[in-house]
Design a protein around this ligand. Structure first.
Ligand SMILES: Cc1cc2nc3c(=O)[nH]c(=O)nc-3n(C[C@H](O)[C@H](O)[C@H](O)COP(=O)(O)O)c2cc1C
Length: 174
């Protein structure tokens, strides 16, 4: 898929079919995130791919318990994104750019999903963070940033027009 087509087609999906997601496609998504840019090439991220039905159910239940993101009842896979310490120069981690770096990696995940016919929804609200870390088998002290729902959109789920600020509002040309 051409880049600009993928940019247009990527949208937050909140209506998933029960079709399972192929592991090769999930790996390709993480490979795409792996090559995202980051400050001083610090790569301050790690990922947890969840596809086993028992784990998927636990992740979904934790999200649903928050009363948010009801669409998680039907999500077949998740990729969680952890912000890792960013070593820019020297031995002391510097978090200044890590949040932005993680954002770029997540967009790579999303575009790689779109290019493979998959849909995603980035979730900042995913229920109890403590419980989610236990489910994902990551340390409580880790910095779990986002959980990405991944799956095939239900047939007929429409491509919505993008609601965005006008170019003139957000950009000046000098
Ligand atoms: C950091 C972040 C957190 C988000 N959290 C949620 C969420 O918890 N639930 C949800 O339905 N969408 C969530 N979204 C999706 C945004 O609502 C969505 O990207 C935005 O409205 C633009 O719509 P689009 O993704 O369909 O283009 C999140 C997006 C980002 C970048």
């Amino acid at each position: 898929m051409e880049l600009f087509e993928a940019l247009e087609k990527r949208q937050s999906c909140r209506n998933y079919s029960s079709r399972p997601v192929e592991m090769e496609k999930l790996i390709k998504m993480v490979e795409a995130a792996r090559i995202a840019p980051s400050a001083c090439n610090s790569q301050p991220w790690s990922f947890v791919v969840v596809t086993s039905p028992e784990k998927v159910k636990k992740v979904s239940t934790n999200v649903l318990e928050s009363g948010m993101n009801r669409f998680c009842e039907k999500v077949p896979a998740y990729i969680s994104i952890v912000e890792e310490p960013a070593y820019l120069r020297g031995d002391t981690p510097n978090p200044k750019y890590a949040h932005g770096d993680v954002g770029m990696a997540v967009e790579h995940l999303c575009l790689a999903a779109t290019a493979q016919g998959l849909s995603t929804c980035i979730m900042g609200s995913f229920g109890s963070v403590e419980k989610m870390k236990d489910i994902l088998e990551i340390p409580q002290e880790s910095n779990l940033r986002l959980v990405l729902a991944v799956g095939y959109a239900e047939e007929g789920d429409p491509l919505r027009p993008k609601k965005r600020k006008a170019l003139e509002e957000i950009c000046k040309f000098l």
